[in-house]
Design a protein around this ligand. Structure first.
Ligand code: FMN
Length: 201
């Protein structure tokens, strides 16, 4: 499918057919996430792939959006806090493969990368932003494969962490139920384009 078509046709899907999705499709979606860009190439996105009815039911108790349990797969989309400490190594890799060779820029100071610390709020925001890019790549690839999905931000993250037995380094970002759509909603309301542009200078 053309990218513009994928972007235009995507909707948040809240009703799914019962048909399962294949492991090959799951791998395609994860591959789309894997190829996402990330700051300093730290690649913090991590996923728990939830397929069993028992685990889906348990996750359903974490959110008012019970429809997620009807999806054949729920991706619990996370970010690895430990990835922040790999910035110097990742930037080193980029330097090695020549990503910045002959690029007009100030010299990169790898020691500064190692020394730089973010406060907890900034780190959370940064990890969420990076994970979000990977997640939306999955969302768009899902459309391309004839699938639908819905970002779920409203859920009890601590409860989900306990249910899934995730460690403290894992920041849960959103739930993403994915399956064949059992609805084809019209485009949801959007602001006019003029509202998006603050100014052109
Ligand atoms: C970060 C984020 C969190 C969201 N959380 C929820 C949610 O908790 N429950 C839900 O039903 N939809 C959720 N949505 C879907 C939005 O409601 C939806 O994207 C919006 O209404 C526009 O509709 P559309 O995606 O069909 O264009 C979320 C979307 C995003 C991007």
């Amino acid at each position: 499918m053309e990218l513009t078509q994928v972007i235009e046709q995507r909707r948040s899907i809240r009703k799914f057919r019962e048909d399962p999705i294949t492991d090959a499709m799951i791998e395609e979606l994860l591959t789309a996430a894997r190829l996402a860009p990330s700051g300093s190439n730290i690649q913090p996105a991590r996923f728990v792939v939830v397929k069993t009815p028992t685990m889906k039911e348990k996750l359903g108790t974490c959110t008012p959006y019970k429809f997620i349990t009807r999806a054949p797969v729920i991706f619990v989309c996370c970010a690895d806090r430990a990835s922040l400490a790999t910035r110097d190594r990742r930037v080193g890799e980029l330097l090695e493969i020549g990503a910045f060779t002959d690029v007009e820029m100030d010299a990169i100071d790898l020691e500064a990368y190692t020394a730089a610390q973010m406060d907890a709020f900034a780190a959370r925001e940064y990890l969420s932003m990076n994970a979000a890019i990977a997640i939306e790549q999955m969302v768009l690839r899902a459309v391309d494969l004839g699938l639908g999905s819905c970002w779920i931000g409203r859920f009890d993250k601590e409860k989900a962490r306990e249910i899934l037995e995730l460690d403290d380094d894992t920041q849960i970002v959103v739930l993403l139920p994915v399956g064949y759509p059992a609805q084809s909603p019209p485009q949801r309301p959007r602001l006019p384009l003029e509202r998006l542009v603050l100014k052109t200078v």
